[in-house]
Design a protein. Sequence first.
Length: 452
Amino acid sequence: MPLFGTDGVRGLANGILTADLALTLAQATAVVLGQGRTAEARKGEGKRLSAVVARDPRISGEFLVAAVSAGLAASGVDVLDAGVIPTPALAFLVGDHDADFGVMVSASHNPAPDNGIKIFARGGVKLPDEVEQRIEAAMAGEMLLPTGSGVGRIQRFSDAEDRYKLHLLGSLPHSLDGIHVVLDCAHGAASGVSPETFKAAGATVTVIGAEPDGININDGVGSTHLDNLAEAVVRLGADVGIAHDGDADRCLAVDADGRIIDGDRIMAILAVAMKERGHLVKDTLVATVMSNLGLHRAMEEHGIAVRQTAVGDRYVLEDMNANGFALGGEQSGHVIMSEFATTGDGVLTGLHLVAEMAHKNKTLAELANVMTVYPQVLINVRGVDKERCAEDEGIQSAVAAIEAELGDSGRVLLRKSGTEQLVRVMVEAADAESAQSYADRLAAVVKERLAL
């Protein structure tokens, strides 16, 4: 299995992800990202390579950051340790500090025993697949082992959080005055900076899930567990709830009645607002194939085109960067506002969502009515040969028949899992009963045709 997955290297800390692996990976990163025209030009000017390193608060991040920093410094890279900050903050700081690259130690929404290593290139952008493959290959090669003054230094990035907070505040088109926000920080990396920034922007803030102890990250809190947030919003009579995940690269919301507002609705609200201000480049939103049909219908009504990519925020980012688009994201809450960020940023997204409520003096429920969510049923069909899914004639005939019956009132999506031996069957329809019926029917065909 390749070392890099869809979002860096991730696994059980001290299982697959050991201190030795982290150190070697950091050394290989210095070898690969220390090459190239820009890096060589900086060396020619007498400048040393530099990297920003950060982590989320899970306990294993302490030894993994130490290992990463040791591997980089041993390779002649000066390290700025930003401490516990969100992943998008690390990405921002790489660009803001003009560092050569950055390393984030985090397993995002995974439970506390897991951890991960994400690498960002110059400018704070995620690495393409081919660069990750080069780094993985370099782990078996010769490392950079300078001596004397050539060894890197490790220093504290003392104003990292303040720089990020000022950047976020400077992005806002309106203050958040008059809005009561409940923030669920998932006992994660945003536990400090998110409440501080929302308060500085003018909101009244109640905070839950912001007492990280190293082992409680994502434990019943955050964007993957919204019940507590919904209860708090309703109980306190707040206007909105904002939930982050462990590294705060995503944002989901809850309206005043405790109803969940997912990434599709958040993108719809922001897309319309940005178009009204003339900031939605080419009047286009980038979303994945999993985004709800209702998003497509709503954007069409507002004269906004929707481009589709494969599942994964990295593919959304690739399309946005290639074409200069300003907004994209996923149903899961990864929302990318490229004017202000190089990756999904849950704090930035939440701030702009609440700012739109304040500007238009509307409730989140009223803003979310911009789109109607079509009932969506997803079935994971296990124990099948997923590689034959796209070419099996019987399955393609079944898909065509259901699409013909649905017409414009729904859609069908089949895709093989990238990590498991299963096929995902997704059906959207005008009502939940029809969506379930069509999904069951198609799942049965997949099971029969691809059975192992």
